[in-house]
Design a protein around this ligand. Structure first.
Ligand SMILES: O=P(O)(O)OC[C@H]1O[C@@H](O)[C@H](O)[C@@H](O)[C@@H]1O
Length: 170
């Protein structure tokens, strides 16, 4: 299968996308975070700390999503709250042009909870498509929609805080 949903205790459910040979991508619903990306030889391309996996703390590694605040550029917790929330599978995403060669992809969505709205009073829908191409290339497409009922604008800072695995560094 191109996509497999794997249940795991402690908020660690994940989606695995598979491509040609040993290419794969693993995405945790907690944080909407890519936590593994392997090439066609099955080699891991991302770093994940061995101490990383303990919700409700964010995972250190993979591709954390910093939103609606990058770093300490505001009053929220470091890198915002999106990386500490349980994202959902988006079964009915608005149309997005796709490369028909890409068979393995998943759409996730994050909406703020009541508590999130108390901290950051802006209603939004954050959609994330994660796709694994035939050659093992990984793409992330983020779409952020302002759903404030009064149409009030908001500003945010954002990052894919990618941890690449590096075998040797000087
Ligand atoms: O330690 P956190 O909150 O997971 O953030 C990850 C890293 O984010 C970087 O932006 C900071 O420069 C680092 O100091 C920090 O360690």
């Amino acid at each position: 299968p191109f996509l497999e949903y794997i249940r795991a205790p402690g908020g660690l459910d994940k989606v695995v996308l598979r491509g040609r040979r040993s290419c794969s991508v693993e995405i945790r619903l907690f944080g909407g975070q890519v936590t593994s990306w392997k090439n066609d030889h099955g080699e891991e391309l991302l770093f994940v700390s061995s101490k990383a996996i303990k919700p409700p703390k964010p995972f250190r590694g993979g591709i954390p999503i910093c939103f609606p605040q990058f770093g300490t550029q505001g009053n929220l917790e470091q890198h915002g709250f999106a990386r500490n929330r349980l994202w959902a599978i988006d079964d009915n995403p608005p149309p997005l042009p796709v490369n028909p060669a890409i068979k393995a992809f998943v759409d996730l969505i994050l909406k703020p909870s009541e508590d999130d709205l108390k901290m950051w009073p802006h209603s939004f829908e954050f959609r994330l498509r994660i796709a694994l191409g035939a050659g093992g290339d990984l793409s992330l497409t983020s779409r952020i929609r302002n759903t404030n009922t009064d149409g009030r604008p908001f500003s945010y800072t954002f990052a894919f805080h990618t941890y690449f695995s590096v075998s040797d560094i000087r």
